[in-house]
Write a protein that binds this ligand. Structure first.
Ligand SMILES: [Zn+2]
Length: 95
């Protein structure tokens, strides 16, 4: 049957580290970031605690082989920043 996740935002906690994932329609894949970096537990990303209207700061950048996806995630809205290289560049979508 249909295995698409009901939510396009996921949260998971393992030991000291919280991981936030969102489905990116531009890259057609999940992007994940963590609140702390192992092994030092240095703070990295901050989540507002909302599943329905998540905000994550700072901005999230994924780049590989010349492909860049740079987003800000605020109140459940994903804004693709101007340096993004895929077709959603400059657009804002709801999760
Ligand atoms: Zn992406």
């Amino acid at each position: 049957m249909d295995k698409e996740p009901a939510l396009s935002f996921k949260y998971k906690k393992e030991r000291f580290v919280e991981t936030f994932s969102f489905f990116c329609q531009g890259c057609n894949m999940w992007h994940s970031v963590s609140n702390k970096l192992l092994p030092t537990l240095m703070p990295v990303y901050i989540w507002n605690g909302s599943i329905d209207r998540p905000s994550i700061t700072p901005r999230i950048k994924n780049s590989k082989d010349g492909h860049v996806c740079n987003v800000s995630l605020t109140d459940g809205n994903i804004t693709y920043l101007p340096n993004t290289t895929h077709h959603l560049k400059g657009r804002t979508l709801q999760l």
